[in-house]
Structure formats: C-alpha cells, structure tokens
Design a protein around this ligand. Structure first.
Ligand code: SF4
Ligand code: SF4
Length: 293
C-alpha cells in the first residue's frame, strides 16, 4: 500500500482542487482521505454518499449534577480556569471555559461532578462518483484535537484500503505545520507540496519542507499560478534545485479552478484546456516519482 499526501504550507494554493482532479484521473481505484478536517471541503467536489457516519469523541468536560451538590464551593476554588461560577445560588460549569482537567471532580466531596466525553465532530466512510472510496470528517465548531481526528481518518482509510484490496491512499493534507499536518504525513510514502509564487507562499513552503524532511520521505512540488509572479517562481525553482526537491509541475493561473468549484466539478471535468492538460501531466509525474522509490 502506498500513501501520497498533498499538502501546502498555506491555505488557498489549490491543494484540494488538485486532489479531487487527481482522484478522478487515477486509473486504479483508490481511497481518498480528507485530512483537512478543520476546513473539510473536498466532499464538495467528490460528492461522496456519506454511507457510514460516526461520532468523533474526544476530550472530556466537567458536568455538575445539582441534585448532588451541597454548595461547599470547593470546585470553584479548585478550578484554575475560572470555569465555575455561582449563579442564582447554584454552582454552574461554563462548558466553553472548562479545559477538562478533572480537578473539580476530584475535590468534590459529594461526587456531584463527573467528567463526560465530548463529541468533537463526525467522520464518514463513503463511495464517490469516481469509484474507490473516501474517508472524511468534519470537526465541530471550536472543537480541538484535529490532529487526533486526522489520525482517525488516516487509520480508517488504511483499514478500508486493506479490506477492499486497494493499493493507493491519496491524502488531502491539512495546511500549516501543526499537529494535523504531522498526522497527515505520518506513514506517508510521498509528499507533494503545493505552493504559489507569493512571498507568503514561498515562506510557508520552506517551513513545511523543514517539517516534511523529518519524515524521510520523497518530496515533490507543484507551483500553482506560476505565471502570476515569474520572479518568485524562479526563486522557488532555484530553491527546489538546491534542496533536491523534484518540480512535479508548474500550473498556470486560471479561473477554471474557481469556476469548476462553484459548479461542484473538478477542473478537468469543467474544462479540457491548458490547465486540465497540465493537471493530467502532474498526476503522471506524481505516479512516476512515487514509482522511483
Ligand atoms: S474540569 Fe478543570 S477546567 Fe473544567 S471545570 Fe473542572 S477544574 Fe475547571
Ligand atoms: S465541590 Fe461538589 S458539592 Fe461542592 S459546590 Fe462543587 S459540585 Fe457542589
């Protein structure tokens, strides 16, 4: 089994649009894992059928049973996060302020406080219109632990690939360099870094490269919208050479990405022009790079 992860140091580089197009282009069925759980929007292009839905439980919060409370106030004194207030003569826990440390439950003499596991989102197993399968998720509003949810998505994608006898997992990774990206990269065989020729794009490309090199995996790079700033594109290419990173493709700026997205289509479905051909070539180059292992 092989895992190809598409990531970007910053958002808005076209990473997700490319993943959807690659999933469509693949001649063999694969499992697509949407690990961009904080802003999961790959489903808008893949149109999965949400065949299985499961709650993602993560973290605990304190819950106070008023019937068991004798109003001693010990819990309020113990809480370092000021999550417990005396309101209308009742001790009350503000769930938004509760950090789930459990200290209040330990000091409560009557056992009126219990720690309750929280639903932090949902994850799904689907089939898509491109064949193969998809594992995806949605993190709840203000929910934490996106790295843990990404791990869950990846593990479920692996199990699904094994069960269906599919050889490739294509991962839409999270942007940035935090825990979700580390989880996206864990166990990967090839990382494709998608960037754009802007100062912030180049800066974030270098940061994510520093992260990826710790995983000792093969790396390729796609420069999207390369013609928007030829000077920075040249700088990026020079840097890729120095870092021994394969330049997989340079994609021209095109409204096709946006127009296709507004119609819920991939770029290659929407248009058969220059951009679509470049995307086809990119996918071939990625497969070739992957086979060089
Ligand atoms: S679990 Fe910790 S943070 Fe939450 S209310 Fe209790 S003491 Fe405060
Ligand atoms: S420590 Fe327990 S009994 Fe005391 S105020 Fe808090 S919940 Fe009530």
């Amino acid at each position: 089994m092989q895992e190809i992860v598409i990531i970007s140091g910053k958002g808005g580089t076209g990473k997700t649009s490319l993943v959807a197009a690659f999933a469509q282009l693949s001649k063999t069925e694969l499992v697509v894992a949407d690990c961009d759980v904080d802003a999961a929007d790959l489903y808008l292009l893949m149109h999965p059928d949400f065949r299985l839905e499961q709650a993602f439980l993560s973290g605990e919060k304190a819950q106070l049973d008023q019937n068991g409370c004798d109003q001693c106030g010990l819990c309020q004194a113990a809480c370092r996060f000021e999550a417990i207030e005396l309101r209308a003569e009742q001790y009350t826990i503000n769930a938004l302020d509760c950090e789930g440390c459990g200290y209040c439950a330990r000091v409560c003499p009557t056992g009126a406080i219990s720690m309750v596991e929280q639903k932090a989102g949902d994850w799904y197993r689907s089939t898509t219109r491109f064949g193969g399968a998809m594992v995806h998720a949605r993190l709840g509003i203000a929910a934490e632990n996106s790295g843990k949810l990404v791990s869950l998505v990846k593990n479920e994608a692996r199990k699904l690939a094994q069960r269906k006898g599919l050889e490739t997992i294509l991962v839409d990774g999270s942007p940035g360099i935090g825990c979700p990206v580390i989880s996206s990269l864990s166990g990967a065989d090839l990382a494709i870094l998608v960037t754009e020729p802007t100062i912030s794009g180049f800066h974030d490309l270098k940061r994510v490269r520093r992260l990826v090199e710790k995983f000792h995996i093969r790396i390729g790079c796609i420069i999207n919208k390369f013609d928007l700033n030829p000077e920075i594109t040249d700088q990026i290419q020079d840097w890729l050479d120095r870092e021994s990173i394969s330049l997989v493709a340079r994609l021209p700026y095109s409204d096709v990405f946006t127009e296709a997205m507004t119609r819920g289509q991939t770029a290659i479905e929407y248009s058969n022009g220059t951009l679509s051909q470049s995307i086809r070539n990119s996918w071939d180059a990625i497969l070739q790079l992957n086979n060089e292992r």
